[in-house]
Design a protein around this ligand. Structure first.
Ligand code: FAD
Length: 291
C-alpha cells in the first residue's frame, strides 16, 4: 500500500528539528529508521502531514562512556542502529546485554535501519528495547523547546504506543549505568520464527554476593500493555540463594503481573506460561554469567 502524501523535512540539528516540531504541531512525526512508522503509514494507522527526518543529525548518533562518582554511564545516541549496538566493542565490554539482545530483533535489513530511539519512542509493548531498558535502569534524555529533561525507563512507558514524550520533544539519548563487574545478564525471547516479535520475553540483570542474590532486575516483553518490570519477582530473589525454589517463586510472581492479549501467537494462558518460562531461562543464564 502507498502512504498518504506528506511534506518532508530534513533538519541538520536537534534545535532545528525541535523548531519544526513546535511550528508544525500535531501534524508532524519524527522519522528515524522508518521500520515502524512507514508500515503504520502504509496501513493508514498514521497519516502525518509532515515527516521530520532526523537521520542527518550527527549529534544523535554514536555510543560513548561518561565517568561519574557513582560509576560509568554509557550514553547511546537515539539514532544508533541495532546493527551498531551489536557491533559496539564498548557495549560488549560495559553493557553486554545491549550488544547481545538486539541480535534477536527482526532481521538484518531492519537492524541496519531501525534505531534504539525509534524502538523505545514507538511505545510498542512488543518491542524488545523497553524491557531491556527497564532491566538496565536506563534513563532517557528528552529535548524540547523548554530544554532537556531526564525520564527513567520505569516512568516512560505509559500504555500501548503511549510514552512520556511530549509532542514537541525528541528522544535524544539513552543513558545506561554500566553494571558492576561480576553482574550477570540475559534476554530470553520466544518467537515463532526469525524476524518475529516476541510471544513472550524476559530480560534479567543479576548480581550474587557470597552465593545470595544482591541485585535483581526482571522485565517482560509483550505480555502486557507496556513492557513490565516484575518488582515482586525481584523481591522474591533478594537475599536468597538462587535455587530452583527461588526461580520458581520469581517466575510465578512475574506471571501474576502479566496481562497479555490473545492473538496469532497464542492465547492468554499460553503467553502467561511462556512469560514464566522465559523468566526461568533468563535467570539461569544470567546466574551462569555472574562472576
Ligand atoms: C519485519 C519487522 C520485524 C520487526 N521485529 C521487531 C522485533 O522483533 N523487536 C523489536 O523490538 N522491533 C521489531 N521491529 C520494529 C523495528 O525494530 C523498528 O525499527 C522500531 O520499532 C522503530 O525504530 P525506527 O528507528 O525504525 O523508528 P521509526 O519507525 O522511524 O519511528 C517509530 C516511532 O517513533 C517515533 N520516533 C522515532 N525516533 C524518535 C526520537 N528519537 N524521538 C522521538 N520520537 C521518535 C516516530 O515518530 C514514530 O512514531 C520490527 C520491524 C519490522 C518491519
Amino acid at each position: 500500500m502507498i502512504p498518504p502524501a506528506f511534506d518532508y523535512h530534513a533538519p541538520r540539528s536537534v534545535g532545528e528539528a525541535i523548531g519544526l516540531l513546535g511550528r508544525l504541531g500535531t501534524e508532524a512525526k519524527i522519522l528515524a529508521g522508518g521500520h515502524s512508522l512507514l508500515p503504520m503509514m502504509k496501513l493508514r494507522f498514521a497519516q502525518p502531514a509532515h515527516l521530520i527526518d532526523i537521520n542527518r543529525i550527527p549529534e544523535l548518533r554514536g555510543i560513548c562512556e561518561e565517568a561519574g562518582p557513582g560509576g560509568d554511564t554509557v550514553v547511546i545516541g537515539a539514532m544508533t542502529t541495532e546493527a551498531e549496538l551489536i557491533a559496539s566493542e564498548l557495549l560488549r565490554r560495559k553493557v553486554p546485554l545491549l550488544a547481545e539482545a538486539p541480535r534477536l530483533i527482526a532481521d538484518p535489513q531492519v537492524r541496519n535501519r531501525g534505531t534504539i530511539g525509534g524502538d523505545i519512542a514507538h511505545g510498542d509493548p512488543a518491542n524488545d528495547h523497553p524491557a531491556l531498558a527497564l532491566a538496565l535502569d536506563a534513563v532517557f534524555t528528552l529535548q524540547g523547546p523548554r530544554g532537556r529533561r531526564e525520564v527513567g525507563a520505569a516512568q516512560f512507558f505509559i500504555g500501548p504506543y503511549a510514552t512520556a514524550l511530549a509532542e514537541d520533544e525528541i528522544l535524544v539519548a539513552i543513558r545506561v549505568p554500566a553494571p558492576a563487574a561480576g553482574t550477570g545478564w540475559a534476554y530470553e525471547k520466544l518467537k515463532r520464527k526469525t524476524g518475529d516479535w516476541a510471544t513472550a520475553g524476559a530480560a534479567v540483570v543479576l548480581r550474587l554476593d557470597a552465593g545470595r542474590v544482591s541485585h535483581a532486575r526482571i522485565a517482560l516483553t509483550n505480555v502486557g500493555p507496556t513492557a513490565l518490570r516484575a518488582a515482586a519477582a525481584e523481591q522474591a530473589l533478594l537475599g536468597q540463594p538462587l535455587g530452583d525454589a527461588g526461580i520458581d517463586a520469581a517466575a510465578a510472581a512475574a506471571m501474576s503481573i502479566t496481562d497479555p492479549a490473545a492473538d496469532l501467537r497464542g492465547d492468554v494462558a499460553y503467553k502467561t506460561a511462556m512469560a514464566g518460562q522465559m523468566v526461568k531461562r533468563a535467570l539461569r543464564a544470567a546466574a551462569a554469567r555472574c562472576a
